[in-house]
Design a binder for this molecule. Structure first.
Ligand code: BTN
Length: 231
């Protein structure tokens, strides 16, 4: 079921707009053509010029909360598949890569009662600052402009369908496994400023937790962390 959508030319961050709407207790989406203070995970800035898609959804899930990042990833994967893109992968927990470059970042912020889930998808951005050397856009990959409106509608359709399935317990993680990258590969996960674990990515569990086999052979379950891939 589709919910209401608010559209803006420019906002600080679509996450901030929704934070102010939590008190209404209504599931809703916010889209902006650009953000002046877009933010990413771990307090990083999110490059948000015109040409990107900046979309956040406000939800009040009653179950399967840990899988919200997963359905956000699948939203973007399904949308890009509809546009005939292949070579898509998910870097746990919620980065989407196209042709081995980052095309989308997802930020899920939790409050007492709600989750605000933001997706930043690089559509018609022609150039990124040098510090974002692993970023790409649909324009860079194809050499042509894509309709932000069309992609927005696809994202909303997929997100609400997946979310409703998750809340009705009819969602299965199996459709995501084929896209998860790095299984069996060495990894470092920064859990906090003081704790980093190293090991091999064993798998991703049903609840979207990452299972890492550490050097002492133990399997460690991780729900949140900054994955630093080792090459
Ligand atoms: C990341 O990769 O660090 C996550 C980036 C999330 C960016 C999106 S854009 C829409 C929403 N508004 C924000 O300020 N951030 C998220």
């Amino acid at each position: 079921m589709q919910r209401e959508l608010l559209k803006f030319k420019q906002v600080t961050s679509t996450q901030d707009v929704l934070r102010r709407l939590i008190k209404n207790k209504k599931e809703i989406a916010v889209f902006a053509y650009r953000q002046t203070k877009g933010r990413g995970r771990h307090k990083r800035e999110w490059f948000s010029p015109a040409g990107g898609l900046y979309l956040s959804v406000l939800i009040f899930p009653e179950r399967n909360i840990n899988s919200i990042p997963l359905i956000s990833c699948l939203t973007v994967i399904e949308t890009l598949k509809n546009l005939n893109f292949n070579n898509l992968s998910i870097h746990w927990p919620n980065d989407i890569f196209l042709n081995n470059k980052k095309i989308c970042g997802i930020l899920c912020e939790k409050t007492d009662s709600a989750i605000i889930c933001g997706m930043g998808l690089n559509i018609n951005i022609r150039k990124f600052p040098a510090r974002l050397s692993n970023a790409t856009s649909l324009y860079i990959e194809t050499g042509r402009i894509h309709s932000i409106e069309k992609i927005l509608n696809l994202c909303l359709k997929h997100f609400w369908n997946l979310y409703d399935a998750l809340q009705n317990d009819t969602f299965s993680i199996t459709q995501a496994y084929q896209y998860i990258s790095g299984l069996g590969e060495p990894v470092e996960v920064k859990l906090s400023s003081r704790e980093t674990i190293r090991g091999i990515i064993h798998s991703v569990d049903e609840d979207w937790s990452l299972l890492v086999r550490t050097n002492d052979g133990m399997i460690k379950r991780i729900y949140y962390g900054d994955v630093i891939r080792r090459v």
